[in-house]
Design a protein around this ligand. Structure first.
Ligand SMILES: [Ca+2]
Ligand SMILES: [Ca+2]
Ligand SMILES: [Ca+2]
Ligand SMILES: [Ca+2]
Length: 468
């Protein structure tokens, strides 16, 4: 996407991170990995929520499957999008928050007025997720504005009290189109009355300023009292779409301290460059965050991509070493349009230490943008190796057939201490109807545990990540 005619903007406030000059991957490996399980029916066993195809499919450990549709929620939005799970009402059953943005792009048969995007909270129970008492949230802005993007991102703050965060990245702020906002809601029926607070780059204490096309809030992740908001289209000085991210630490449901980080901030590796879109993709677990920056140029290789881990602290964030395809031990090399970091996840890997799951759009042989995947342990070893996944090659095998494989679906936590399960999707050789393999991989992620054929557009699905 591009925004023609954007205004030059002021330099974003740089936050100095002291003592961050010699950060190694070991710095972030000490980050806590949370032990929460996603357990909607409270039977002590992990349940999995898959998103995609316009609905959420919940697979309970008991063997039951539940399809959550827009009809079940009494809404007319076209489909259900990203979701996040946590126990927001403290009753011991994991609850599910779902965003349902409305795509406002159309070429013909465009409706006169778009319906606004929505968001929902479904509460867990002994019978699983309930749809009859779901909290139903809408943008506080008038219909006909940019509120179709409401629900593009969702996150749950747990401290000091549970708060649902809903991103509306195309919202107008102070006359600036697509500047973006995030709304904070009480995650109970009371939230339906409206947000506790709306945060923008115009809010006191928030670094930066609202400008056209910033898309503040396109991605949000939260853990404990910390919220991380992407501003991937932030201009830094005259450098267009260099990107920044904002770290919030909440002291009350509507009170926070915020820090802004760009690649010009002291302690942050790399350099601010045009269209890096730093901070664009986010994953969180405990106090560990990783951002995928697929548009980062590595030397002369434009859009080669990188990932950047960092650890949240009481005073902002401490950045570790960046990881690219040119980093020591990482298979392959950084080349134009690799888009390494196009999707990221954090998993508890070998020995309880974090690992990063990463996908790219790597060209494989003569197949342009075929894609590849990685598991990169924070502390690689012989027992916990870096693994590179390429369709047609071990351990994935299968067929290298078309654009987009393998794709990252997410990770599932099945125990408070065991390594997480990684879910990838690769294309099969059947293109009509589209068919894919859903692959599960378990620590040390060097072999495929199960391979299930799925049909349709499910390859774009995600798995609700473990509650951070
Ligand atoms: Ca369960
Ligand atoms: Ca609950
Ligand atoms: Ca801005
Ligand atoms: Ca490459």
């Amino acid at each position: 996407m591009s925004w023609i005619g954007r205004r030059p903007v002021r330099i974003v406030t740089a936050i100095v991170v002291s003592g961050a000059a010699s950060l190694a991957m070991a710095t972030v490996s000490s980050a806590a990995i949370n032990s929460h399980l996603t357990d909607f029916d409270g039977d002590g066993r992990t349940d999995i929520a898959f998103g995609g195809g316009g609905l959420i499919s919940v697979q309970y450990a008991s063997g039951r499957t539940q399809k959550i549709t827009t009809a079940a929620l009494g809404t007319t939005v076209p489909g259900l999008g990203m979701s996040v799970a946590d126990d927001v009402n403290g009753d011991g059953f994991t609850d599910l928050a779902i965003g349902a943005p409305v795509d406002q792009e159309c070429d013909e048969n465009c409706p006169p007025v778009y319906p606004p995007g929505e968001a929902f909270i479904l509460f867990g129970s002994s019978g699983g997720l309930r749809t009859d008492n779901a909290v139903h949230l809408k943008s506080p802005y008038p219909v006909g504005t940019y509120n179709g993007s409401f629900g593009s991102s969702v996150a749950i703050l747990r401290a000091p009290t549970p708060v649902l965060v809903v991103g509306e990245p195309l919202a107008m702020v102070a006359g600036q189109e697509m500047a973006g906002v995030v709304h904070l809601y009480t995650p109970s029926a009371a939230g339906a009355a409206g947000p506790l607070r709306t945060i923008t780059q115009n809010s006191t204490g928030v670094p930066g300023a609202p400008e056209t096309g910033d898309m503040f809030g396109a991605e949000v992740v939260a853990s404990g009292a910390n919220l991380v908001v992407s501003v991937a289209y932030e201009d830094i000085g005259t450098v267009e779409d260099a990107g920044m991210l904002t770290v919030f630490r909440f002291s009350a449901p509507t009170a926070f301290t915020a820090w802004g980080y760009t690649q010009d901030t002291a302690g942050v590796p790399g350099a601010v460059e045009t269209r890096d879109r730093f901070g664009g993709h986010l994953a969180i677990d405990g106090n560990l965050v990783v951002t995928g920056i697929p548009d980062e140029a590595i030397g002369a290789a434009w859009q080669a991509g990188m990932i950047q881990p960092f650890t949240l602290t009481a005073t902002g964030a401490v950045f570790g070493r960046e990881i690219t395809q040119n980093s020591p031990g990482i298979p392959d090399t950084a080349e134009p349009e690799d888009l390494f970091g196009s999707d990221v996840a954090i998993l508890r890997g070998c020995g309880g230490k974090p690992a990063y799951a990463v996908t790219s759009s790597e060209t494989i042989g003569s197949v342009k943008y075929a894609g590849s995947g990685y598991v990169i342990p924070s502390v690689p070893s012989t027992a916990c190796p870096i693994v590179h996944y390429v369709a047609g090659q071990a351990p994935l095998l299968g067929t290298l057939s078309q654009v987009g494989n393998p794709r990252l679906q997410g990770t599932v936590r099945t125990s408070a201490t065991a390594s997480d399960t990684l879910y990838l999707v690769t294309a099969t050789s059947s293109n009509s109807p589209a068919k894919y393999y859903r692959l599960t991989l378990k620590s040390p992620y060097t072999t495929v545990a199960t391979r299930t054929e799925i049909t349709g557009d499910s390859f774009v699905t995600h798995i609700t990540p473990p509650a951070p």
